[in-house]
Design a protein around this ligand. Structure first.
Ligand code: MRU
Length: 342
């Protein structure tokens, strides 16, 4: 299998996450518009992976230019197009801002230089992301006792990152240290990232995974069948409020009620140091048909009104700890998060 995302012959290749686990197909993006559409349509998803796609998208757009004539205008149109793809994950904006800085610094040296440095920057971000995930895994595995049953939601694995994963990276690191762990994967309606992607990834690695529907989590916690909850994040505010896949908030409330630790694993690029609280995090509302249908079949009447917020925000006071590449952050969050800011 190729990595989640890779640069090959002046194009960007992504595994089509909409087709998994049934088919392992790859989408080739040759234009910025194709990259933007791949993010919007969830060919590629997961906060760090979206950021990488956007960074490579910028490099791709510039690589295809043959003249400097409209350079600034072209750059700005790529930047804005990618910026508008998905609103919630901080990593997308973090990655675009980083590419913009490199563009501005190297602009005086002209197009050929820009092609080189922008591609090098996107590549560096991919390599860094992999190393960061391994670090998150090493730091986080300390919180995982041998024999634990870990409940996870959505997919915060290799598919959502350059590889290895954040929440699944912690699980992989625990397994690498020969801890015996079992994973409960929420199916994660409506897009089924848990059923389709997390189960596929863990199963390939030989890590024991059991699928549950989202509404089973509370009862299993009540029966003592969950040792800890471990999820990824799309954006974290200074007070620890955490946006993640819809359903995460309910799990945090259930974990609190059942005295189970609730951990978030995320790189620093997911933190929004400008946000005091999660109230200001924009929550993406997706196509109602994702709820009306399972794959291509309607499960309700086509005219039934639907709500489809793709994310929710878990208040920081329900988060036991946040696992980052720089260490484990515990409350009080504002003070401890600011300390990690680069
Ligand atoms: O809508 P998605 O699939 O992009 O949502 C992804 C999540 O909510 C993940 O949990 C989050 O991005 C962390 S991925 C390391």
């Amino acid at each position: 299998m190729r990595p989640t995302i890779s640069w090959e012959n002046e194009s960007l290749v992504m595994i089509d996450q909409r087709k998994l686990p049934w088919k392992e197909e790859y989408v080739i993006c040759r234009t910025v518009e194709q990259v933007a559409a791949a993010i919007e349509k969830m060919v590629i998803r997961g906060a760090p992976a979206i950021g990488l796609a956007a960074a490579y998208g910028i490099a791709l757009g510039i690589a295809k230019l043959r003249s400097e004539e409209r350079l600034d205008r072209e750059f700005s149109s790529y930047y804005q197009r990618l910026w508008r793809t998905r609103p919630t994950a901080r990593n997308l904006f973090w990655a675009l801002e980083r590419m913009k800085k490199v563009y501005e610094e190297n602009r005086p040296d002209g197009l050929e230089k820009l092609k080189e440095v922008l591609l090098a920057e996107a590549r560096a971000m991919e390599e860094e992301d992999l190393a960061i995930n391994k670090k998150i895994g090493d730091n986080g595995q300390e919180l995982v006792p041998s024999g634990a049953t870990i409940l996870t939601h959505c997919n915060a694995g290799g598919l959502a990152t350059a590889g290895y994963g954040t929440a699944l990276g912690v699980i992989r690191s625990a397994v690498a240290r020969e801890k015996k762990v079992k994973v409960l994967a929420d199916e994660t309606r409506p897009f089924l990232q848990g059923a389709r992607l997390t189960c596929w990834e863990l199963n390939r690695d030989g890590i024991p995974v059991t699928l549950i529907t989202d509404n089973m989590a509370g009862w299993l916690m009540h029966r003592g069948e969950v040792s800890l909850v471990l999820v990824g994040a799309d954006r974290i505010a200074l007070n620890g409020d955490t946006a993640n896949k819809i359903g995460t908030y309910s799990l945090a409330v259930l974990a609190k009620e059942n005295n189970i630790p609730f951990y978030v694993a995320a790189p620093l690029s997911t933190f929004d140091f400008n946000l005091k609280s999660g109230n200001e995090i924009p929550i993406e509302e997706r196509n109602p048909d994702e709820v009306r249908k399972v794959r291509s079949s309607f499960i309700t009447l086509p005219e039934i009104p639907v709500k489809n917020p793709a994310f929710d925000v878990t208040p920081g006071n329900l988060v036991t700890a946040i696992i980052t590449e720089r260490g484990i952050i515990k409350p009080p969050y504002e003070q401890n998060i600011l300390r990690l800011k680069i």
